[in-house]
Design a protein around this ligand. Sequence first.
Ligand SMILES: Nc1nc2c(c(=O)[nH]1)N[C@H]1C(S)=C(S)[C@@H](COP(=O)(O)OP(=O)(O)OC[C@H]3O[C@@H](n4cnc5c(N)ncnc54)[C@H](O)[C@@H]3O)O[C@H]1N2
Ligand code: MOO
Length: 418
Amino acid sequence: MKDMISLEEARALVCGAVAPTDVEEVGLLDAVGRVAASDLTSDIDVSPFAHSAMDGFALRAADIGTATEEAPVALRVIAEIGAGDVFAGVIGAGECVRIMTGACLPDDADAVVKYEIVAVVEGDGRTGSTVSFAAPTKVGSNIRPAGEEARAGEVIVAAGEVISAAGVGFLAGCGVLEVPVCRRPRVAVIATGSELVPPTEVPGPGKIRNSNSYAMAACASRAGAVPHILPIVEDTYEALRAAVDAASREYDFVVTTGGAANGDYDFIKPVVADLGELKMATVNMRPGKAQTFGLVNGTPVFGLPGNPAAAYVGFELIIRPALRTMQGYGFLDHPVVRARLTQNEKNRDPRRIFLRGTLTRAADGVFEVTPARNQSSGLFGPIQKTNCMAVLPDGTEPQPAGTMVDCILLDVPEEVCL
Ligand SMILES: Nc1nc2c(c(=O)[nH]1)N[C@H]1C(S)=C(S)[C@@H](COP(=O)(O)OP(=O)(O)OC[C@H]3O[C@@H](n4cnc5c(N)ncnc54)[C@H](O)[C@@H]3O)O[C@H]1N2
Ligand code: MOO
């Protein structure tokens, strides 16, 4: 195992170590935002029949081919059809049918002329009236053909596609009411630290509230997984070993926070190494250098650092792509935009630095990013108040105001192209 690896190596390693969860069928409404696990086909042609796109008159285009303002062509209205009706009769020469939007096109008709450009010569425009046309129309005008959206048996959503809200409607029209998807991974979230108390308590001397578990659970659910916050584990090897061993047998993915560095009470690395296979321990990034990953009882176990911002960045940049891989998502990278730094950044640390920052559009149309004043890895607050992570590249080259840097939009879905 290499000592320190790049973020790209870490992501490849973790995504490569996870497998898709088993496939389950979910109801259509539960499928929105999820990935189709297999091809889905329509049971019928959609639309099942050619129909009118306008309220007007269905006719044969050839019958009004000579129509002009000076010499309009008059046709007799022989029937009326609304949406849901079918006209089974014959349209003879000099005849047309009054038709509503969505109504099935009569077999003999090949065009629809909308009301607005048709004059009623005699009657009220309904059955028995005479109407006249002052211009010809094209074959097919105002007709929506049968099978325009789908053919019976055709693949309408391919495996790997993310189902959108409109896609739910598309599938409903095609008779697909259940969608096979990879089961949401069940993620155990374990906070380690003898200083931790649940957020329901006011911490006593030397204690703090466990905030990490809540943020990591929120990150897990935002990634499509089902989080389970497990009890806080005290800083002993035995307690952490027992908790990780048990969770790895019950969950699809185990996330711990804290105890990931080399302090006297940091045990996640030896626990993973002893129970299973330790695959990585440090990543060249700041915040979040101490990132432990391995397999225990065949289950991915990820030990995030205890510092809240470090845990958050590690989750979003490494665990999230893995949880998405388990659900079949193809897009794993958040959108990145280039933005102008509004202030000098010294870049004292050779690690790649992720600065919590606020992205705005400047008057000249270029994105600008202003890093939060407090970049402590111990804080969630600045992440709540900002909207991106500005990236200072590896190395110690200072980044003066005006430098263009990458900004990762963690709150924007990976599928969005900017
Ligand atoms: N000698 C060194 N010490 C440290 C280094 C180093 O390189 N050399 N790195 C620092 C950095 S950077 C980080 S990040 C941390 C990572 O260490 P741990 O994963 O062992 O983190 P802890 O010591 O357990 O906790 C760090 C910090 O975060 C607070 N914390 C922990 N859990 C929670 C929680 N569930 N909710 C809220 N806050 C939590 C904890 O109280 C500590 O203040 O190591 C540094 N040290
Ligand atoms: O691993 Mo630490 O996050 O750089 O605060």
